[in-house]
Design a protein around this ligand. Structure first.
Ligand code: SF4
Ligand code: SF4
Length: 175
């Protein structure tokens, strides 16, 4: 297993990850500009928006080692769908209903999420102990290399305070 977390190991020397408080401070300092860029992109998405995101996403994860960060798993829960629950329950030889009772709750949108943050499956070394069976939302986080990225800008807005990769991407986007 190369890297039991979100993204492959970076190709070059990994970037230093700012502490969560530092990242929030940077977002706060640049908040007006970042929000204005995201608003413009949402109102009038350029044709090459998906390509811009894909390029910047790949650039960011060439420099960022998620094992030096773990902010997402420490601060937010993924949504879990039926297939995620079945897969994770099978891993622990549990019935899906027992897995739900033991680990999950329902959020304000009526969706399953973990009862606690940090995630119960996050190790002290920031590795995911259920990596092969992790929820789909974990596989796709930080949602910066989807098709039709103009429909995912609200997520980018939310995640910019959590994920240094999203911050690096949004900072360089061109509206
Ligand atoms: S399941 Fe793994 S990747 Fe998903 S939040 Fe938990 S530790 Fe992170
Ligand atoms: S917050 Fe972003 S950079 Fe940090 S571990 Fe999660 S995906 Fe990786």
């Amino acid at each position: 297993m190369s890297n039991p977390f979100k993204h492959p190991k970076p190709e070059s020397k990994p970037m230093e990850i700012p502490a969560l408080g530092e990242l929030r401070k940077k977002v706060h300092q640049q908040g007006k500009t970042l929000r204005a860029t995201l608003k413009k992109l949402k109102q009038k998405p350029p044709r090459d928006l998906d390509e811009q995101f894909e390029k910047l996403h790949n650039q960011a994860f060439k420099k960022i080692d998620c094992l030096n960060c773990g902010n997402c798993c420490k601060t937010t829960s993924p949504m879990l769908f039926e297939k995620d629950i079945e897969r994770l329950a099978a891993r622990f030889n549990m019935k899906p209903g027992d897995f739900v009772r033991h680990y999950l709750t329902i959020d304000s949108d009526g969706l399953y999420c973990f009862q606690q943050t940090p995630c119960p499956f996050l190790g002290d070394d920031n590795a995911c102990s259920v990596y092969e069976d992790r929820p789909k939302a974990c596989r796709e986080f930080p949602h910066t290399n989807h098709r039709k990225m103009h429909t995912h800008l609200a997520l980018a807005h939310h995640n910019v305070e959590i994920c240094p990769a999203v911050f690096a991407i949004v900072e360089q986007l061109k509206a």
